[in-house]
Design a protein around this ligand. Sequence first.
Ligand code: ADP
Length: 360
Amino acid sequence: MAAVQLSGIFKRYGDTQVVHGIDLHIDDGEFVVLVGPSGCGKSTLMRMVAGLEEISGGDLMIGGTRANSLAPQQRNISMVFQSYALYPHLSVYENIAFGPRIRKESSTSFKPRIEAAAKMLNLNGYLDRLPRALSGGQRQRVAMGRAVVREPSLFLFDEPLSNLDAKLRVQMRTEIKALHQRLKNTVIYVTHDQIEAMTMADRIVVMNAGRIEQIGRPLELYDHPANLFVASFLGSPSMNFAEGVIVNRPQGAGVALKLADGSEIVLERAPASARAGAKVTLGVRPEHIETITQAPDTMMEVEVIEPTGAETHLYGKIGGNTWCVTTRQRSQVEPGQRVALRLPAEHIHLFDTESGRRLV
Ligand code: ADP
């Protein structure tokens, strides 16, 4: 097992820099998820750790050793990709045994490891089959088995579940997490799917345009996003936003956010930095908004209603933006109806509109 330290890592392709000075420490045994939109540099960063891509600058330490110029096979890493890359003419057993065989290990040495991996991954009954006779999930498990028998100090997963259907993705998510809890190995996992990041990670690294936006435990990031990017990236349906200007309320009764349509939302717990005249974006998550009948903070005309079974999403416009309100009750609301909303002060997030940073 190994801790991983990235210090000032950057990557340039010709004149274009795509990863800009990444600093990140990953503890031994930690499950870290790199998440961000397509093209933000996650795979490039992962491939630099794997040794599949040259590091343009900075230091990469794996298990206390500088690894910048080590060949991939010297880094004691196993990687699982989106495409399983199984050998179609080899059985499941031989696919898993491929690595040990080319390293000329004796079968008495690797056979018990393969059997243990097969048991752990529920592949016992399938060891004689060819990959084409397996389901997508089973193939992905074979790919993981191949990674596991190497007993690497570091596991790298690059979007390993993207090719699976939605139900299997959820199941494999749980299996990979359970596997990590048993093996307690260090994992770096790349995905663009924020739900995978939230559900699997010990810590999430949110990336955007080659930089880290925020690092933290999943619920830390969810509850205290440091900026508008993280606030809008995590959560589904995503956080609702309303831009406005801070105004003083009469008789020293605190401040409110005045929206472009002239409506005001009272801010009961505004930080001192929310001074009159400041351009501020308010954020509130759909599940934190309450639908009430009296003394609302704001009103919304419902345009679309989406029942999912467990909950109902009501969509409408506030201050020119589409908002979503999630309720666990079965809603009787009809399109065109106006609903009164309460925005609980403890769930309001305020950001500086210009810099995007959270106001404190
Ligand atoms: P992600 O994994 O987050 O989708 P990537 O790491 O694949 O993002 O890509 C990051 C950026 O680097 C993208 O803008 C991509 O176009 C660019 N890029 C990736 N590989 C190359 C390459 N071989 N040559 C030039 N640009 C590349």
